[in-house]
Ligand binder design. Structure first.
Ligand SMILES: C[S@@+](CC[C@H](N)C(=O)[O-])C[C@H]1O[C@@H](n2cnc3c(N)ncnc32)[C@H](O)[C@@H]1O
Length: 291
């Protein structure tokens, strides 16, 4: 079971990140959220629960598809994320969307309440086993849809974290592992690289079937992340959960690592001065069994 009672680290990290989250000008969470909603095949009139909704990368595309006859409920553990998302909901005048603070590991809703449960770049943080997914099955109606997106873990068995460009992977991986070890929040998804439920399409399917889902579909797709400099890539990572890694590096060493990461990435510039980093994202969908 993911550490349901030890959410403080993530709560604080995402509260600190919320203001700049996904606002760096680098397209990342937006395209993933839109693709997840498309991949989930939710439709007009559906009632959708978005777990770890953040600033709404999946919430708003879902709201558009379900329309006013449907509803989208977003929950997030970070009050700051919820505050910004609520402001956005108000500004857009979306009466069929509600966002509130809740631990998404234990969604407090009636059994069978939703047609779909989605989570973009969120559930992978704490889901470790079939037991961690069963709370989503409980709030889904029979035949309802579960869909989630995550940075792909297929490369972790060979020591590669999907979000790191190949050219800086070896340099940053020790810092990432150290940070995850120190965080003491959710267990490291890297600790047992290869044994992690997200390590292969087969282990994903096995976990979801064990939880009681059927018709599992797993798809890995590259998202091209485009930045205009190595420095911009570092800035972008600061506006994501990777901020936790940077913050744990001692200041002087951090400046050196940032300079080296920027230097290496700058060697990848194309003729237009842009650097394109393909980031593999895994999209997963399944259905709650029908009676
Ligand atoms: C990487 S962000 C993704 C946000 C959004 N879905 C998106 O795609 O932009 C992960 C989100 O999960 C939230 N989160 C982390 N642990 C959580 C928990 N136990 N329950 C609910 N939300 C959680 C964080 O606050 C953060 O907003």
């Amino acid at each position: 079971m993911g550490n349901a009672d030890n959410t403080g680290e993530m709560h604080d990290l995402f509260n600190r990140t919320a203001k700049s989250y996904d606002q760096s000008g680098v397209e990342f969470f937006g395209p993933i959220g839109r693709r997840l909603v498309e991949f989930s095949e939710i439709s007009a009139g559906n009632s959708v629960l978005d777990i770890g909704s953040g600033r709404g990368a999946a919430l708003f595309p879902a709201a558009e598809i379900v329309g006013e006859k449907g509803e989208v409920v977003g929950v997030d553990i970070s009050e700051e994320m919820v505050k910004y998302a609520q402001e956005d909901v108000r500004e857009r005048g979306l009466g069929h969307v509600a966002v509130s603070v809740m631990n998404g590991q234990r969604p407090e809703f009636d059994e069978g309440r939703f047609d779909a449960v989605i989570g973009s770049c969120s559930l992978f943080i704490w889901v470790k086993s079939a037991d961690d997914v069963t709370p989503y099955l409980r709030v889904l109606r029979q035949g309802g849809r579960f869909a989630t997106a995550a940075p792909s873990f297929f490369s972790t068995a060979r020591g590669k974290w999907s979000l790191f460009p190949e050219i800086v992977n070896e340099l940053l991986m020790p810092y990432m592992l150290q940070s995850l070890k120190q965080s003491g929040a959710y267990d490291s998804q890297f600790a047992n690289a290869g044994a992690n439920w997200l390590a292969t399409p087969e282990s994903i399917e096995k976990t979801l079937v064990e939880a009681g889902f059927v018709d599992v579909v797993v798809r890995e797709e590259d998202l091209p992340v485009v930045v205009n400099s190595g420095e911009q890539w570092v800035e972008f990572t600061y506006t994501t959960g990777m901020r936790g890694m940077w913050e744990r590096i001692e200041e002087k060493e951090r400046a050196e690592v940032v300079a080296e990461v920027s230097r290496r990435l700058d060697t990848l510039r194309d003729e237009n001065g842009l650097i394109t980093v393909p980031v593999p994202i895994v999209y997963i969908r399944a259905n709650a069994a029908k009676a």
